[in-house]
Design a protein around this ligand. Structure first.
Ligand code: ATP
Ligand code: MG
Length: 287
């Protein structure tokens, strides 16, 4: 199954999230059976990231958005487990600092956007400025409603500069969220993940759904598509996301850069060094 085709939001498409099954697992029966397939995607991502880094021409920006406990951290941990930390980074978008809030809303996103050769993951992102900001009325409608176009222009600009953008909305049900809150509550090693806001935010589920549906409709573009990923099953979420990333990177035409040296000359230098080393070892042995 091609999950890029299946889960992509077409530009201008209105998604009704309550009609998208968050428990979907396609033809995959179980975690165990899906695991080797995901490992294959991850191995592919790893190889392609090596080329992206070596090539140093293009970059990749992954945006993860979701309601609490949908598994953004889990995606970072599992899906990106194969990538070399050199050339890869994750940035979590929290409430803006004083300095960040004093600038335009895209300022901090732009600062963290990947340089050539890099992969950057946004754990939450500039989309919070049309999500939490809208739901909590942190800015007037006349302000946030202009941001969809500004985001599209910003992402277009990054794309024109060689950045490939993929955006994932991790879709879970309210029941699954509650089950995960319970796991957090029952397991002291997860208590640090609990936030005061978890339950008050949950009360705003329908408002967030409305805000997300607008985001998906207004900001999924051919150059920076959104994917709605059924995420009640963590293993399926990871499987689908890793396939979409690996397939996209496959298409980026990544290749090793040409060598800057004359290989014949270097080969001669190598042989000379090899002979010298052999003589040295011989002397030490007293040959
Ligand atoms: P988890 O899903 O594991 O709980 P998290 O991403 O929610 O992780 P937190 O530190 O709990 O991490 O929350 C970060 C908070 O910062 C979120 O509630 C988010 O809505 C908020 N935030 C991010 N960007 C903005 C913004 N531009 N304006 C206001 N709040 C923001
Ligand atoms: Mg949180």
């Amino acid at each position: 199954m091609n999950y890029r085709k299946k889960f992509v939001v077409e530009p201008g498409e209105k998604i009704h999230l309550n009609k998208v099954d968050p428990s979907y697992t396609g033809q995959h029966e179980s975690h165990e059976k899906a695991m080797p397939i995901m490992q294959e995607h991850i191995a592919r991502m790893d190889k392609l990231q090596y080329l992206l880094y070596a090539d140093g021409d293009q970059s990749l920006l992954i945006v993860l958005q979701a309601l609490d406990a949908a598994g953004k951290d889990g995606v970072v941990r599992h899906v990106f487990s194969g990538m070399n930390p050199q050339g890869t980074s994750v940035f979590g978008f929290k409430q803006p600092s004083k300095d960040e809030a004093a600038h335009d809303f895209l300022w901090r996103a732009h600062q963290r956007a990947p340089a050539r050769g890099e992969v950057v993951i946004f754990n939450r992102s500039h989309y919070e400025d049309v999500l939490v900001v809208r739901v909590h009325k942190l800015a007037k409608k006349s302000i946030w409603s202009k941001r969809y176009d500004l985001i599209n222009d910003f992402e277009k600009m990054l794309t024109c500069n060689g950045t490939r953008i993929l955006k994932f909305f991790l879709h879970i049900s309210p029941e699954e969220q509650l089950a995960r809150f319970k796991q957090r509550l029952d397991d002291p090693s997860r208590h640090w993940k609990i936030s005061d806001a978890d339950y008050s935010e949950r009360e705003l589920w329908s408002k967030y759904t409305e805000a997300y549906e607008d985001v998906l409709e207004l900001t999924s573009t051919p150059h920076a598509p959104w994917y709605v990923i059924p995420s009640n099953h963590k293993w399926f979420r990871n499987l689908a996301i890793s396939q979409i990333i690996a397939d996209t990177m496959d298409e980026m035409g990544l290749k090793l850069p040409p060598t800057h040296v004359d290989i014949d000359t270097i080969t001669k230098q190598f042989h000379a060094a090899e002979q010298k080393q052999a003589k040295l070892v011989g002397k030490e042995r007293g040959d």
